[in-house]
Write a protein that binds this ligand. Structure first.
Ligand code: NAP
Length: 432
């Protein structure tokens, strides 16, 4: 029997578990560890609550968790409750699938002012992440700015723009729904440091903006190159740019405006004790397509600034780390230690990108660690003994199902669940 520990129960962790299970069959036991008693990482805490079809992929992960060779071990933090070196002593291989939960910083003055929040914090707040349940973003002013031209920036802007009615069927947590319902924000400026041809937004997500009940996307046609310049673009990007161009034809007659401000690089954030404005520099593209400041600056009013400019992984003691992710060669960090997903590649790609990624690393593991020969490592039995000696009480997949059932039973009408947003509430459901 071979024993594998996957650290992190998001998409990367589950696809890797699925692949290892296929590779080893009955000769492998796979434990998926998570610091929370609730699995699915990005699916639960990252994917937008009004994108339930994307969240449905967790059904596939349920099947993996329910299969004979796989166990979920929650409520265990690697690097605190147990070290990677200890896991390597207990398992034949350890795979870090810890994602990228931290916001990259803009690195400009004023970024620490109250009212400037990272997208991981804002997304975590509306998705019921226990670390961000108390974020309480300021929604009392009329202007917000979202920095970044990727899909996360779009998620944040859309959530600010939607009406209560538009959240029907979503699993946005109650505290965020109520706060957003009372929001005074009427203008959401989406700041891109480059132009429409450099956006990282995908067509489906952009298309939604044209259909909102109370908000209209606004673009300035002067920001676009001549339409012929769209021809050589990769088809997905061309579609996105066409959608963006089309926003110029929409009637600007709704309560809220989502203003795309291109060629606008934040240089400073200002305010008296809290954010009041963001100073941006007009840019142009240099020969390499990077944003080059023109020296012209102007201010964008904002009592809430959300930076959505990418993420980084949490370092773990003794694991080599550089540039926001674990140092690895095609997923291999060191002997029997691997990384998958955003912890391996950095924060790019869709949920589905993690599937080939996990399968590739599982193939490598299968080549290096033959299924045929016996392991003298203890796996879960040794881990549980070690955790018990430290007073750590792990949870299992049945515990998660009890939490899930309770969350489903307390849902608003039409909503799939009302999440618990505090660690202690999850444990309370389990009678701990
Ligand atoms: P992203 O796609 O990499 O976009 C990051 C954006 O931040 C880019 O527009 C980038 O501009 C900008 N940026 C970076 N540093 C900046 C700075 N210092 N100042 C101003 N702007 C800066 O990242 P993301 O939006 O976090 O998304 C992460 C991944 O998740 C992506 O692959 C995304 O497609 C995926 N995702 C998918 C969905 C979905 O399918 N519905 C939803 C959410 C996320 P430059 O291009 O100029 O660097």
């Amino acid at each position: 029997m071979r024993h594998f520990a996957i650290v992190g129960s998001g998409p990367a962790g589950f696809y890797t578990a699925e692949a290892l299970e296929k590779a080893y069959g009955e000769a492998g036991r796979i434990d998926i560890l998570d610091r929370y008693p609730v699995p699915y990482g990005l699916i639960r805490f990252g994917v937008a609550p009004d994108h339930q079809s994307l969240k449905a992929v967790s059904k596939r992960y349920d099947k993996v968790a329910e299969s004979a060779g796989v166990d979920f071990i929650g409520n265990v933090t690697i690097g605190r409750d147990v070290s990677v070196a200890e896991l390597l002593g207990l398992y034949d291989a350890v795979i870090l699938a810890t994602g990228a939960p931290h916001d990259r910083k803009l690195g400009i003055p004023g970024e620490d002012l109250p009212g400037v929040v990272g997208s991981a914090e804002f997304v975590g707040w509306y998705n019921g992440h226990p670390e961000f349940a108390d974020l309480d973003p300021p929604l009392g002013g009329s202007h917000a700015a979202v920095v970044g031209n990727g899909n996360v920036a779009l998620d944040c802007a859309r959530i600010l723009a939607k009406t209560r009615h538009e959240f029907e069927g979503s699993d946005i947590v109650g505290h965020a729904l109520d706060a957003l319902d009372g929001s005074a924000i009427r203008t959401i400026t989406i700041l891109g440091r480059r132009g429409p041809h450099q956006i990282a937004m995908t067509p489906k997500e952009l298309g939604e903006l044209g259909q909102l009940e109370a908000a209209v996307p606004v673009v300035d046609p002067a920001d676009f190159p001549p339409v012929e310049a769209d021809e050589p673009l990769e088809p997905g990007l061309r579609k996105s740019v066409t959608l963006l161009r089309g926003f110029a034809d929409l009637a600007d007659d709704k309560r809220k405006r989502m203003v795309f401000d291109f060629f606008a690089k934040p240089v400073r954030i200002e305010g008296d004790g809290k954010v009041e404005r963001i100073i941006v520099e007009r840019t142009e593209l240099d020969e390499k397509g990077a944003a080059r400041g023109t020296g012209e600056t102007y201010e964008v009013p904002a009592s809430l600034v959300i930076t959505a400019i990418g993420y980084s992984t949490s370092p773990i003691a003794e694991v080599p780390f550089e540039g926001g992710k674990f140092v690895n060669q095609a997923g291999r960090i060191a002997d029997r230690l691997y990384a998958v997903g955003w912890a391996r590649r950095g924060p790019t790609g869709t949920i589905g990108t993690n599937r080939p990624d996990g399968y590739e690393v599982a193939d490598q593991i299968a080549a290096a660690i033959p299924a045929e020969s016996e392991s003298d490592r203890e796996g879960a039995a040794g881990l549980k003994r070690l955790l018990e000696s430290r007073g750590v009480m792990p949870t299992d997949y049945d515990d998660w199902r009890r939490i899930e059932e309770t969350e489903v039973s307390r849902a608003r009408p039409g909503s799939p669940r009302e999440k618990f947003v505090r660690h202690e509430d999850w444990l309370k459901v389990l009678g701990r």
